[in-house]
Design a protein around this ligand. Sequence first.
Ligand code: NI
Length: 444
Amino acid sequence: MHFFLIARAVGLLASGLALSVSAQGLDAQGLAALDAAIQPLASKIVEWRRDIHQHPELSGQEERTARLVAEHLRSLGMEVQTGVGGTGVVGLLRGGQPGKTVALRADMDALPVEEKTGLPFASKVRAEYLGKQVPVMHACGHDAHVAMLMGAAQALAGMRKSLHGNVKFIFQPAEEGAPVEADAQGNVPSFGAKAMIEDGALKGVDAIYGLHITASLPSGALGYRSGPLMAGSDSFSIQIEGRGGHGSAPWNTVDPVVAASQVVLGLQTVVSRQLNISHEPAVLTIGSIQGGTRYNIISDNVEMLGTLRTFDEDMRGDAHKRIVATAEQIAASSGAKAKVKFGPVAYPVTVNHEQLTAASLPALQLAAQGRAFVIPKVSGSEDFSEFQKEVPGFFYVLGAPPEGKSHVDAPSNHSALFDIDEKQLPTGARSLAALAVDFLQRNR
Ligand code: NI
């Protein structure tokens, strides 16, 4: 997940929801059974997490992690598919009773970040990424995601006879981005969740759950939100074509630097004046602008790169049209030409299915011991959204700032100092297992 600051003030949002548990869903007794299966695995989950942390792999390169996962799932007697959507792994646990199929998903990739935590199991790994040697670190906690889901898999495999349906375990590569550079047209082949779906990972799946760990929520809290949770993310490039010449005689040229400057300012009105931000917020940032070679030469062209964040698919489509119109027409006013291209980043909005969220809440509260809270929207993005486009899905967040640090000042996800409280790993594993059992029981 490309996700920074979740509500720093989330403690204030504690709702203390006391929802009663649905008659057919997971009850306290069911949770106790899950606990009894998960607790003995706590030290193993920590071991897996440290092993994966010390051997981080970049998006699309998760060979070792995938092997570890596949061996584990096979040892639990599951049907295992490897090479799904690249290095993805899918395990199918068939329950003893007939019923639906629920999927649990963990992402496996690390980031090009040089670890500075000083942990005894800190990464020293370097790898090649997009043609460059880079340091590699699990700076987004996906090591914890894999370990927690391996724990949940083992616990659920131990109770397969009583399961009312099947559980699919989806270990996904390349959540953080495309493993390859875009081609000359700015396109990349499918990767991550999308590539797994194209390879059939969701076949037969009725609902999917996923979890992200963060240092920015209080320890042991589970953060959730019905409807849009994380932003849709689109990258875009704008080429401004002018006509170069001498800096002393701009009247003989079409100056793309001035046109680009006007376009940057004009684009700010897409969010502030054109989109209905009383419906959902949006963010538009131009992060790069390049053109020209020398102080007294007017350049032929300028290239800009930017990102758009939206929380509604209709608004996202509308924003695309407005970005194109604003850039083209402002450039045209000075005789320049703007060419807008969206991509290669194109993550849909992460939208939690409203009925699934409402129905899952009692089990989530049970697993969180009453510490599940509504969190604000996150302007980062997550390709779990691709799964949610296909089947009802619910994505939530586990708070785990490292011991001795508060969620307010703990280094955030993607930081070189990012760390977690491993004591919360069983909470995450338990919540995933609880949501799966609950879904199968409610829908038997
Ligand atoms: Ni992440």
